[in-house]
Write a protein that binds this ligand. Sequence first.
Ligand code: MCN
Length: 785
Amino acid sequence: MTETLRPSVGTAVPRKEDPQLLTGKGRWTGNIAPPGTVHIAVLRSPFASARIESIDVSEAAECPGVVGVFTGEDLAGEWSSIPCAWPVTEDIRIPDHLPVAVDQVRFAGEAVAVVAATDAASAQDALQHIDIDYEPADPTLDVEESLAGGPIVHDGFGSNESYTWSLGTGDVDRAFADADVTVSERYVQQRLQPTPLEDRAVVVTPEPTGRGFTLHSSTQIPHILRSVLAGVCSVPEQDLRVVAPDVGGGFGGKLNVYPEECIAIALARRLSVPVKWVAARSEDSQTMTHGRGQVQYVELAAREDGTLLGMRVRILADMGAYLQLLTPGIPLLSAFIFPGVYSFGSFAIECKGVFTNKTPTDSYRGAGRTEGIYGVERAMDALARTLGMDPAEVRRRNYHPPFDDGATTPAGLEMDSGNYEVALDKVLELAGYERLRTEQRRRREAGDRVQLGIGLCSYTENGGLSPSKMTAALRLGAPGWEMASVRMLSTGAVQVVTGTSPHGQGHETTWAQIVADGLGVPLDSVEVVHGDTQSAPYGLDTYGSRSAAVGGTAVYLACEKVLSKARTLAAHMLEAAEQDLEFSGGAFSVAGVSGSSVTIQEVAGAAYLAADLPEGMEPGLSEEQFFDPPNFTYPFGTHVCVVEVDTDTGKVTIPEYFAVDDCGTVINPAIVDGQMHGGIAQGIGQALYEDAVYDDDGNLMSASLADYLVPGAPELPDFTLDHTVTPSPTNALGAKGAGESGSIASTPAVVNAVIDALQPFGVDHIDMPATPRRVWEAINRARST
Ligand code: MCN
């Protein structure tokens, strides 16, 4: 064992999970193939809206290797509707969502039949021999047209509105009446396709005893998946073990319950053999829930000096054809965060969830909060332009003053801690803001072909979805606690079982750091077990930047319990009073008495030997902890993006990018920086490159990576990152979320920078992604008016 640095928390220790992943020893669902596995392929609707008149599977059933062909009707008795866990209003319309369509399809890609075969290629080949007679209808593809009377997606509902939800504080009409200036903007959040490296995959194996199943899935949420699938497929929850082995990214796309998981359970039950499905990239693009998908109408009212008086917002949210796990709740996350980091008197927002004949939308990194912060931060720049103020100054003027134990936002949220101006000043200094503005002036005066743009975004976000009382009040059908158990083994090694389910975030490292400090043990002696409902019967998995603040705190508190018991036993072993013991470097000693010490590993040995325990003490050294935090955490910061825009071609490049973020106490700076890098790259992707494009018939035209551009290293600059540290009072670690900040802050910073670069042409708006063509057209439109 290697002794590592102490304290471990706060140091950039290398990721414990990397050697296994980098040497090809990862355990991926797609590599799991129990003997006798049957492979399935799914036939998908080529129409966005159509009636299924008839299905003939007879030819497919005769194809080589085919074990069975199943339609929605064949399987109807195997399941109930896939539920939506966030019915945001009492009168929300939630359509039935069967894993395989029966008589109507509502988006291109919806499952209509399944082939099971002895190998994946045979299953795929047989799909071509299924004969379906469709009666196609005109689809509804655009939220504004959908509400204005587009073809109805779900006949029984009579309109395409799923729900209307609103929130208001203060007298917003008065604020607009009293305002010196107002801005009124319309922003479109295009749909995005989550693109984890590993496509979705599922393997369901019937237990040899004949009772129950083990389901391996490339999922972010093994625990939630188990509960929901148990209900949908009528399997007693205790008879369903869900394992998420190594998972190659999710970004919110794997925070869901998918038809293929239900199909695999149904067929494993029918055929009594292991059943496996692995998505093709294009299938995932079509069927993994899309992110974003909003049209936002944003109005600000302000005084002449830039002081905000009020904000009015309307969101039309594209739900797609069905409500998945959290679909209707995502716009609410936007609504609550829409006022951003600013303090002002009145706020009114209305969200409408709207059905379209497209892939359902749901969580995508920064879910809801990226959209909200984008809206407010674009509008703040519009206000700065209207007033002729510097964008940094208009932000500074309106920041909520510093607070370290609670402050209420215009949306009525109680935030934990924040100090926005410090982060702004630090990033402006880091970026050399004056230097950048000077260079910008020089290029403008010289009429250079390549203009410079500087874009800012100040953000906060509610990370760490919790506490349970609050999620219940929001009608979200999932609590917000997390659990951990910390077992010190008789050997002195430590096993941590966590309810979080990392899929790239590095919990094996960061939880081990918390334990190394908490118990004074070497980092290498800590093993972190996750992603298996058999090891951790309860857990709430990983999403919403909750794991450090909630799951990490559960680990920390479990260590405290272990240490407390160890202290009692150590006192007994040293024949000393507990209050006379000191604990340092992994050993207990009696204060002021030299040579009297016992290591925690020796204490663990004695705890299991149990030959001489204090009166009433149970053997062993293992503790479990549930932690339900009192609030969300509110990370914050300011990003500065520098762009160069070639005004002849419209091409945008990002030569420099600066960020100062505050996620409270940092457990591992290298991991946090990595999270920032990935998040910023994703935000740049939305701002400049990524777009889920549909044709007029509702076919997804961007289903392959040849058509959907995810930025890679060549498109990205070196990021210059720094931090401020404002601990969260909501948890013992003082940690706030770090996993989504990059994607929340970067999108508006980039778009604001592009518009800033185009000021010499009078361009005030550009839709995302700001492709060369869009930028070029905006310049030419402005030139010709
Ligand atoms: N961390 C830290 N100090 C803090 C906060 C966090 O060292 N103050 C560390 C944590 O211990 C953890 C990592 O940073 O190792 C991220 O922690 P946290 O912010 O709690 O976020 P989660 O672990 O809950 O991850 C969820 C978040 C989300 S919502 C998306 S989407 C996302 C993301 O993380 N998807 C990812 N990061 C991703 N990274 C990868 N590689 N792949 C994805 O799919």
